[in-house]
Design a binder for this molecule. Structure first.
Ligand code: APR
Length: 257
């Protein structure tokens, strides 16, 4: 289970870190309260703050970091059952984790839907408008086209239902870089068997790790990259990680050229 805290080392602000989190820095967007930027009612009233944020978050600006590549290595070693992420930055895909192993619980920019006629568009069709500070409009009905990011009150993607099979099957749960504040995602943390160890790697103790820890819970508090590197070292995978990161960043450099 991953949240915005795994992408701050890539340069993307999280939401709730005091001072640096997005919700502490929305003054420029002129919105009534932070979460409004992800609320449909406000979006229909004024879509510009969301698209200003989207311009910052649009895939392509940022790169995966050690945390993403650790999850990719788990996949390469056939140890990753599924990665449930709240993040909309697409860095899990960029690290090479296949879509079949991903549940992007709060959606992504990979696709978009017209808010009037419900036509679907590939995310890249909106890129030019978003980068030019234009609100993307449907070429058929002229309605506003919204990226398939899950707004508060919207249903989560149907792939989220995979948790009904995945979590009872898991024999280890990693929870990385999330405040576990938003439902129904946060409750996933309680869906593994009681005998299953849960490892939290996060700056601070959150959710059930703070309120009602289980006997096999482990919390590695502090910077997520440091915590992941410590785990990788204990696993004896440091060299493999370095090789993987070198290969993958070489590929991304090639794409940038
Ligand atoms: N190292 C360790 N922990 C970190 C780091 C870091 N470098 N950066 C941030 N964190 C921690 C923060 O301390 C916090 O506990 O990651 C957590 C991030 O929490 P949030 O900002 O609340 O992000 P997230 O949990 O992903 O938010 C969930 O809220 O607004 C909605 O849809 C939005 O998906 C988002 C959801």
């Amino acid at each position: 289970m991953a949240g915005a805290g795994i992408s701050t080392p890539s340069g993307i602000p999280d939401f709730r870190s005091p001072g640096s989190g997005l919700y502490s820095n929305l003054q420029q967007y002129n919105i009534p309260y932070p979460e409004a930027i992800f609320e449909l009612e406000f979006f229909f009233h004024n879509p510009k703050p969301f698209f200003t944020l989207a311009k910052e978050l649009y895939p392509g600006h940022y790169r995966p970091n050690v945390t993403h590549y650790f999850l990719r290595l788990l996949h390469d070693k056939e140890l990753l059952l599924r990665l449930y992420t709240q993040n909309i930055d697409g860095l899990e895909r960029a690290s090479g984790i296949p879509a079949s192993k991903l549940v992007e619980a709060h959606g992504s920019f990979a696709s978009a839907t017209c808010t009037v006629c419900r036509r679907s568009f590939p995310g890249e069709d909106l890129w030019a408008d978003v980068m030019a500070d234009r609100v993307p409009c449907c070429p058929v009905c002229t309605g506003v086209v919204k990226p398939d990011i899950v707004f508060f009150g919207e249903p989560l993607p149907s792939r989220f239902l995979l948790h009904l099979a995945d979590f009872p099957m898991a024999d280890l749960l990693l929870i990385l870089g999330t405040s576990l504040e938003v439902e129904p995602f946060a409750s996933l943390s309680e869906m593994v068997q009681k005998s299953v160890p849960r490892l939290l790697i996060n700056r601070d103790l959150v959710g059930p790790f703070a309120w009602h820890p289980r006997s096999r819970d482990v919390a590695q508090l502090g910077d997520v990259v440091h915590g992941v590197e410590r785990l990788v070292d204990l696993l004896g995978w440091t060299q493999e990680m370095q090789d993987l990161i070198q290969r993958e960043t070489g590929k991304l450099d090639g794409q940038d050229r």
